[in-house]
Design a protein around this ligand. Structure first.
Ligand code: GAL
Length: 693
């Protein structure tokens, strides 16, 4: 068995995850337990035909493996593991803890999560347990130890897939045991109850605590909870789930020290949040689940943003797309099927942005159960289908581009800052409007830059920024003092920073910084905001000034009354209550600039603002191309400093017409030479091994 190299260890350059698959990983969640064994034979034949080499197995199978308390039946799993090993297909074996067996729910209903109203979750779903439950943990870790021991030396075992989407359905629980764990967490964090009172400002409404035991989870009240308390409850929840993950990991490490361990993250435009930047240091490879939203006509924009976020979490190391869909999901209000070619574009867009594999949920479409109408690789209609043909073609494409495995995405010129704590702070407590959220502006800016062929990194505000020509801080509501200081030195050293409204407002404790908004960045930006003027649904404000030329820009959702101190006004509001007052500013600091945008610009205005940034900072596209062609470059990792490293240009055309691209090299997808003045056909993807000059 190949020894793995942990991300936390000293990872040699060029390392990917050869322990999982030979080449790019392709495959998905496989639930053989849902089918008679006769179907397994056909499954394996079809997997071989499609080029599948990696499967997530056993994800929800606890009840079929531990059939009664302490009674194990490994028969079916033994047999399928053997068959997969014989077929040369690797298994990412799940610890099946996401769905507890019925006998356990019956014996210990108290392991189930409790909602804010005190109602306990019933059996029948999944992830219905809470991570602070000592009883659940005892049973779950016994199961983990049993499965790890059983398959420790099995040749099919390549990776441990811990549980499933920890925090998805069990992000919060408001039960008493969780409450006690939270008190312990708070005492560890604050040391004294006075420090907590101070941090949360609990004098408000006289919510003063004299002991940690008085603090309960934020259960239902007829008014709102303290924002500091709410934010710490989010952090505690992430830590409680992480602690649970680490407990499983500890068992797996002890029993199988040479098998890498991961768990599937849910990085996408998603309501539940876990502090994945922190989790990422505890997995041996970062693995992400991503599902496109059918009601977004440009869903590939969100996909690109999320994939860049995942790469930021993995520190640029290759990561694994461990779940996505071949076509429609079944959990959106209306589930759009993917258009022909969309599956391929989606998979290759993740790979372009640093994934070294693309797995699907799931292999064979269930006929029963909650997900009977969720797409799969083998649909109800069988293998003679658009989906199966496209997956098989994807398998061939991945073979054709396999030399790209292990390379890294080239460093980007632009960084967008994103932080879980800021996102959670924004959700914690009543705000001036319900329309501002932490992802919208970031995503809008990412989309516009991507459309212009400009590659972006999405990183945590504490990341080193010196290498970036431009940094964007969109709706960074909470900004730690150290991170604000890092932004100041970034600009002083010649960087170009753009900050948008409702950034730098609160401290780590979700307390407002006084003296004029944005308290954390006021001096750097040279503005002092006195008052927020949120807009009503559908209302807009006009903006005009030097930067808008003869035209007019449009602001939505938000506006601000601000005094400009050391910056220059580059646009003013032209309508609404703030007409005539400053709306966008620019402060020059040596060779650097700090721009402030006090509203949420609409799409054309966002594009226009970024065009000006592109000029000011001298940003360049990955390659000259028509607007809209998605471009990312991956670069071979080499220790040979004399030769230029091999580069691969990924060009993805999401439109219905050809898009021109100025590049030369061999297109590994079509097998033909791509020459300057060429174009990428409608809906096509090119992966060009670029000629060296
Ligand atoms: C994921 C989950 C899978 C499956 C999938 C459907 O959130 O991990 O088990 O339910 O969604 O889209």
């Amino acid at each position: 068995m190949t020894d793995f190299v942990s991300r936390s260890a000293d990872v040699p350059v060029g390392t990917t995850f050869p322990w999982i698959a030979d080449g790019f990983a392709l495959g998905g969640d496989y639930s053989p337990e849902q089918w008679p064994e006769s179907v397994w034979v056909e499954d394996i034949a079809l997997m071989t035909e499609a080029g599948v080499n990696s499967l997530n197995v056993g994800v929800f199978s606890w009840g079929l493996l531990e059939i009664a308390d302490g009674v194990f039946d490994w028969g079916w799993l033994d047999r399928i593991m053997d068959l997969l090993a014989e077929a040369g297909i690797g298994v990412n074996l799940a610890t099946p803890t996401a769905a507890p067996p019925m006998w356990l729910m019956q014996a210990h209903p108290e392991i189930a999560t409790v909602n804010q109203h005190g109602v306990r979750n019933s059996q029948g779903g999944r992830l219905g347990w809470y991570p602070s439950s000592a009883t659940f943990r005892r049973y779950a870790l016994r199961m983990v130890e049993a499965i790890a021991t059983r398959y420790a030396t099995h040749p099919a075992l390549k990776l441990w897939h811990v549980s499933n989407e920890l925090g998805n359905e069990n992000a919060h629980s408001y039960d008493d045991e969780t409450g006690r764990a939270w008190q312990v967490w708070l005492e560890k964090k604050f040391g004294t109850i006075e420090a907590l009172n101070d941090a949360w400002g609990s004098a408000f409404w006289g919510h003063h605590y004299t002991a940690f035991t008085q603090i309960v989870p934020p259960r239902y009240t007829s008014t709102s909870h303290n924002p500091g308390l709410l934010l710490d409850f989010e952090r505690f929840t992430s830590d409680a789930l992480l602690d649970y993950y680490l407990a499983e990991r500890e068992v797996l490490r002890r029993v199988t020290p040479n098998i890498p361990i991961t768990t599937n993250f849910m990085v996408q435009n998603h309501p539940n949040g876990l502090d994945y930047a922190r989790w990422a240091t505890d997995v041996d490879l970062v693995a992400n689940d991503h599902y496109t939203m059918g009601n977004d006509p440009e869903t590939y924009g969100e996909l690109a943003f999320s994939a860049d976020r995942v790469r930021g979490m993995s520190g640029g190391d290759p990561w694994l797309l461990i779940e996505h869909s071949t076509s429609a999901v079944n959990w959106q209000p209306r589930n759009r099927a993917k258009a022909p070619g969309e599956l391929t574009r989606n998979s290759l867009a993740h790979i372009a942005r640093g994934a070294d594999g693309a797995l699907f949920f799931q292999w064979r479409q269930s006929t029963a159960g909650s997900e009977q109408f969720h797409s799969s690789v083998v649909p109800h209609a069988g293998a003679r289908t658009k989906i199966f043909r496209e997956v098989t073609a994807l398998g061939k494409t991945l073979q054709g581009i396999r030399e790209v495995v292990g390379s890294r995405v080239q460093p980007s010129q632009v960084a967008i800052l994103f932080d879980y704590h800021s996102a959670m702070a924004l959700k914690s407590g009543a705000k001036p409007t319900i329309d501002v959220n932490s992802l919208d502006v970031a995503l809008a800016m990412h989309r516009e830059l991507t459309a212009r062929g400009i590659q972006v990194d999405v990183v945590h505000p504490s990341s080193p920024l010196a290498g970036y020509t431009a940094v964007l801080a969109p709706t960074l509501f909470l900004l730690a003092a150290a991170d604000a200081a890092s932004l100041s030195s970034y600009v002083e050293n010649g960087g170009h920073l753009v900050v948008t409204s409702f950034s730098g407002i609160v401290t780590e404790h979700n307390r407002v910084i006084e003296g004029g908004y944005p308290g954390a960045l006021r001096d750097l930006l040279g503005v002092r905001v006195e008052e927020f003027f949120p807009l009503f649904e559908g209302d807009t404000v006009g903006l005009a000034g030097d930067i808008t030329g003869d035209g007019s820009w449009t602001g939505t959702i938000w506006s601000e009354l601000m005094e400009v101190t050391t910056a220059s006004v580059v646009a003013r509001y032209t309508s609404g209550e703030l007409a005539g007052l400053p709306s966008i500013t620019l402060r020059e600091v040596g060779a650097g600039t700090a721009q402030y945008v006090s509203t949420q610009l609409d799409r054309p205005s966002t594009g226009a603002l970024l065009d000006l940034l592109i000029d000011r900072a001298g940003l360049t596209p990955v390659a000259p191309a028509d607007r809209g062609l998605e471009l990312v470059r991956r670069v071979a990792v080499t220790t040979d400093t004399d030769a230029a490293p091999t580069t691969w240009l990924f060009a993805i055309n999401h439109s219905s017409g050809p898009l021109a691209l100025d590049a030369t090299g061999l297109d590994l997808v079509s097998g033909t030479r791509f020459t300057s003045g060429g174009s990428v056909a409608a809906g096509a993807v090119a992966v060009i091994r670029e000629d060296t000059v």
